[in-house]
Structures are given as structure tokens and as C-alpha cells.
Design a binder for this molecule. Structure first.
Ligand code: ADP
Ligand code: ZN
Length: 435
């Protein structure tokens, strides 16, 4: 397949040139952060590092890490490196235990983010002839705005559908001949099934490519989506802390995602010791924003387990590749695209007067995530009146919805019916087999 590049010079740059570019950007970035983010300056001082110690990308390992806990401590403005007057946007994710991650963008930050998404769309074969249907959520979630911006940059006719309302998605897709679909893989699979139910065969569907990410998905799922929609399905990775989708994107080879390493430098570390591991090792993925202005996280620990590779890619891009994330170092679940920590459930239970005896059951039925929480009543809460139980379940489900942003099915069960384990409690039963 002939290759389309959005920024060919960068995407196919020699390794030496790329390191030079990264080094120049890093030296500047460290100064910027040191001077403007007291929170990070303190971390550097604790480690005995000054900007003068950072002369090239080879010195990156000297810098301290940032983690979700730092984002929580510094919420909301503590990691901001520009005056608010220079910022034009925030995006947010239902982040850490109870507290949101709020990321800030200057106009330049939005530009570079949209460039990254444009690279992803062109790597999937997109051109200005395409009609690009963006069915990621719009709003605080980064998916919709990111791909929307990338689609504009490529010059596609953009359909800013947002997620949901599948009937309307299908009507626009068919009537306006959408050729590229951007959404979560689970939503893509759902759209595929719905099209089939409506009697469409893959060759009647105008789509040629899909760009799917924001949650883990398997090769089987990829094959299923490709067959049902008659397309080639490409993976895309990102996180709100770095910008959003487009930190890494898949090319025609479909063997991992090219990291936009002129903006985001990737490292793999041992999650226990923090030591940087050699290329090809499995470990925790860490990103450094080399040129973001407003929210430039240095050495941010993603908690995603991953492997990096510099093997030559048939698409001609020289950008380093990351494998599909292979799990997480924490217990975060991604349910219907929303980040959920068991500790959030526990907090709600304690607030609502329940004991923390619960079990979360997640499954994927017809490509939709199901989310159940079984909660034990304590002996004094116990009742066998169905109407009382229903009222209690409803009120608990509402409290969880308020905390998490998504609705679980809550089931109250009799005291001492959730199996006790002898070691670590089994809080989560994830039947989805995503990895
Ligand atoms: P976003 O808003 O971009 O989804 P979040 O900050 O809510 O970002 O979530 C980011 C997390 O989502 C990542 O750390 C990773 O665990 C997961 N994720 C994003 N894209 C992918 C992908 N393509 N494959 C697997 N996991 C992904
Ligand atoms: Zn490639």
C-alpha cells in the first residue's frame, strides 16, 4: 500500500536526527518546567538534579518520576506550567481514586495533539477525499476532540457524531458515505453487529478503515470488527495526562503502534525499582512530554505494561513502536471506556454505611461491557423484603454512578455470602479476557 505521511520528515527521520531533536527539546523543556512548576522543581531538588544536569536525552534517567499520586496532590493547578491566560482548553478523565485528572492545553498544545491524530489518520490511509465519522465521545473526554482535530488537519469531511445513538450513526454513515470510523473498539463492534441485524453486508458499508482505541482490545476482536465492517482496523493509544489519543498509532503493518516520539519520549522501567530497562524488555511505560507547554509532564508513569521495539517497519516510519499494552501495574479497570478503581467502590460503600465486602464482576456481552457489583448487607442491614432491597440497591447504584460516571448493576446479598479468601481478597472478576 502506498504510504501517506502527515509529517514525513519527522515520521521517517533517522535515529540520530531524532535523538538530536529530542535532546534539544528536552533541555528546553526541563528549564521551562523547573522555572514554572514549583511542584516538580521540589522533586528535582530532592533528587539533587538541576537543569544544568540535563544536556541530552541520555540524561533523562536522572529526572524524578511523576505518578498519578502526584497529579492528585497537585490537583488542579499544581503542575500547570503556563499562566491560565495562555491556556485555551481543559480535558479530563475520570481518573484516580475519586479525583479527576485535569489536563491543560495552550493553542500550541492543541496543535501538536491534533498533528499526532492527523498522523494516525493518514497512516490508516486517510486523505482529504475521506469522510471521517468521529464516534468517540465529545466533551471532557479526549477521544472526540482529538480525532476531530486530526480529521480537520488531514482535510477529511468530518462527521462529529460523538458516541451513542447507533441508529443515527448508521444513517449518517450510509447516507454520507463515511469511509473512516473513529471510536472505541467495543463501540465499533457494536455498530458492526447492528449493521448486520439491519441486513447490511460488509460490501454495502462504505467504510474502508477504522481507528479504534482508548481501551484494551484483542487481535480476535480486531478480526471480528474487520470482517463485520469490511475494513482495516487500526489501534490508537493515548492518555489524558499526555494529551489524549495519538500518543501512538498503528500503521499498515499492524504490528504495534508508532510512538510520536518527537513529542513524547517513551521509556520502559522496572515498576518496582524504577530502573530503565533495555529495548525489548517488558515493563512500565513512562512518557516525557518534550514540547507541551501548559501541562508538560516529565517521566510520567502510565502504569501500562508494555514493550518497545525499534525493528524496521515496512511502512517506512522510523518512529519507535510500542506493543499493545499488556496489562497494568495497578488495579484500574476500564469499563465502557471509563477508568474504574476498586478503591472508588470501596469509598462509596463506606460512605453509604456498608462494610467493604463486595465483588465487582465485569463481562462483555455482545461487545458491551457489563458491570455488576455484589455487596453484602451486614447482619443489622439485612432484610428479606424485596421492595426494601430494591430501594437500597437503587440508592447505592446512584452513589456509585455519582462517583464513577457509569452505572453499575448493584446486587445486595445476604451477610457472609461473598466468599472470603485466605490471602488477598478477590475483588474483581473480569471475564472479558482482554489481554
Ligand atoms: P483517554 O481519555 O485517552 O482514554 P484515559 O486517561 O482515560 O485516556 O485512559 C488512558 C488509559 O487507557 C491508558 O493508560 C491505557 O491503559 C488505556 N488505553 C488507551 N488506549 C489504549 C489502547 N489502544 N489499547 C489499550 N489500552 C489503551
Ligand atoms: Zn509502521
Amino acid at each position: 500500500m502506498a504510504q501517506n505521511y502527515y509529517q514525513k520528515e519527522i515520521e521517517t527521520m533517522s535515529r540520530e536526527e531524532m535523538r538530536k531533536l529530542q535532546s534539544e527539546k528536552l533541555v528546553k523543556q526541563v528549564k521551562h518546567v523547573y522555572e514554572n512548576v514549583p511542584y516538580y522543581r521540589n522533586l528535582m531538588e530532592e533528587k539533587g538534579v538541576t537543569p544544568a544536569d540535563i544536556q541530552s536525552i541520555d540524561d533523562l534517567h536522572k529526572l524524578p518520576f511523576l505518578s498519578k499520586a502526584d497529579l492528585r496532590d497537585a490537583y488542579p493547578y499544581g503542575l500547570l506550567a503556563k499562566p491560565l491566560a495562555d491556556c485555551v482548553r481543559i480535558q479530563s478523565t475520570s481518573g484516580t481514586t475519586g479525583r479527576r485528572v485535569v489536563a491543560f492545553y495552550t493553542q500550541n498544545d492543541i496543535n501538536l495533539w491534533e498533528d499526532c491524530c492527523a498522523r494516525a489518520i493518514m497512516a490508516a490511509g486517510g486523505t482529504n477525499e475521506d469522510v471521517c465519522q468521529v464516534a468517540y465521545g465529545y466533551g471532557l473526554f479526549t477521544g472526540g476532540p482529538g480525532l476531530n482535530g486530526g480529521s480537520h488537519k488531514v482535510g477529511c469531511l468530518t462527521l462529529p457524531m460523538s458516541s451513542g445513538n447507533t441508529e443515527r450513526q448508521i444513517q449518517f454513515m450510509m447516507d454520507l458515505n463515511a469511509t473512516i470510523l473513529c471510536c472505541t473498539p467495543s463501540y465499533a463492534a457494536y455498530i458492526g453487529e447492528t449493521l448486520k441485524e439491519q441486513g447490511y453486508t460488509p460490501d454495502q458499508i462504505p467504510l474502508k478503515a477504522g481507528i479504534f482505541g482508548a481501551e484494551p482490545w484483542t487481535e480476535e476482536m480486531r478480526r471480528g470488527i474487520e470482517a463485520s465492517l469490511g475494513i482495516k482496523a487500526y489501534d490508537i493509544y493515548g492518555l489524558t495526562e499526555t494529551t489524549g489519543p495519538g500518543v501512538a498509532f498503528e500503521c499498515s503493518e499492524q504490528t504495534g503502534m508508532h510512538v510520536n516520539e518527537d513529542h513524547f519520549f517513551a521509556e520502559i522501567i522496572d515498576p518496582d525499582t524504577g530502573e530503565v530497562l533495555p529495548e525489548g524488555s517488558k515493563g512500565e511505560l513512562v512518557f516525557t512530554s518534550l514540547d507541551k507547554e501548559a501541562f508538560p509532564l516529565l517521566r510520567y508513569r502510565t502504569r501500562d505494561i508494555c514493550v518497545l521495539s525499534r525493528e524496521k517497519c515496512s511502512c517506512g516510519r522510523t518512529l519507535i513502536k510500542m506493543a499493545k499494552p499488556m496489562g497494568r501495574t495497578d488495579d484500574m479497570l476500564i469499563i465502557r471506556g471509563v477508568n474504574v478503581f476498586p478503591s472508588q467502590i470501596e469509598t462509596v460503600l463506606l460512605n453509604e454505611g456498608y462494610q467493604p465486602n463486595y465483588q465487582i464482576v465485569v463481562d462483555r456481552v455482545r461487545n458491551n461491557d457489563t458491570f455488576e457489583v455484589n455487596v453484602e448487607m451486614s447482619p443489622d442491614q439485612f432484610t428479606d423484603k424485596v421492595s426494601e432491597i430494591l430501594t437500597m440497591e437503587k440508592s447505592l447504584a446512584n452513589a456509585m454512578k455519582a462517583m464513577l460516571g457509569i452505572n453499575p448493576a448493584v446486587h445486595l446479598v445476604a451477610p457472609k455470602t461473598i466468599a472470603r479468601s485466605e490471602g488477598k481478597a478477590v475483588r474483581v472478576i473480569d471475564k472479558r479476557k482482554l489481554i
